[in-house]
Design a binder for this molecule. Structure first.
Ligand code: ZN
Length: 93
């Protein structure tokens, strides 16, 4: 899927159509310090089996890609609809 880098969209903050810069959402890196991670590490410590099954039966081929639209006037970010596509790239217009 090819998405133009700049789009004219409606900004709810400005209450009008403005130019928006498009970027693709990237999952933030998992931190070692979050609560779930700490609990999981504690459970895995010592003897015993894997506390939570490791997900392996993935039926989906493509990952979801979500665009983020940033208003060039007020710099507010709007999250667009995510799509499943093999390739999700931004193109110059
Ligand atoms: Zn705006």
């Amino acid at each position: 899927m090819r998405v133009p880098k700049t789009q004219r969209r409606f900004c709810k903050n400005c209450n009008k159509h403005t130019e928006h810069k498009v970027t693709i959402y990237k999952k933030s890196k998992e931190r070692k310090t979050n609560e779930g991670r700490r609990r999981y590490d504690r459970k895995k410590k010592g003897y015993g089996s894997q506390p939570k099954e490791i997900f392996r039966k993935n039926a989906k081929i493509n990952k979801k890609s979500q665009p983020i639209f940033q208003c060039t006037e007020c710099n507010k970010k709007w999250y667009g609809k995510a799509h499943r596509a093999k390739r999700y790239e931004l193109i110059e217009t």
